[in-house]
Design a protein around this ligand. Structure first.
Ligand SMILES: [Zn+2]
Length: 125
């Protein structure tokens, strides 16, 4: 069986847990959502890097990037996918022209390998 996540919107934020967990909290029957939807909803709230998403959902970063590729193409009605470019921590170079979602390995200007990860968000159009 494929694991699915359940999302519950609470005053504390959106809570996710596996479908194997109890399905009701506060007497509400929770909707089942897919991992991709869970990522989308996380990105409604704030821009996150693939690593941060991976940590929050206990999902390998590679899988997160795969989901993000799909979310970038179809962010949902009335929404658009927004990429905040990676930035070189050394000289401040911004990877604005890069549309790949992965972290660049080094800066083309100063050759440093300390790069701030790109961040992603889903925002209203
Ligand atoms: Zn640089």
């Amino acid at each position: 069986m494929k694991l699915k996540f359940v999302a519950l919107e609470t005053e504390l934020g959106i809570i996710y847990y596996h479908s194997g967990a109890p399905r009701t909290t506060y007497g509400i029957t929770l909707p089942m959502i897919t991992m991709r939807q869970a990522i989308k909803e996380l990105l409604w709230e704030q821009p996150l890097s693939a690593l941060e998403i991976s940590q929050r959902l206990s999902l390998p970063e590679k899988e997160v990037l795969d989901h993000l590729t799909h979310i970038a193409k179809s962010p949902g009605p009335g929404h658009q996918f927004r990429l905040t470019p990676a930035v070189c921590n050394h000289c401040g170079f911004s990877f604005k022209k890069r549309d790949r979602l992965t972290i660049p390995s080094r800066c083309p200007v100063c050759r440093h390998e300390s790069i701030r990860r790109p961040r992603f968000a889903v925002v209203k159009k």
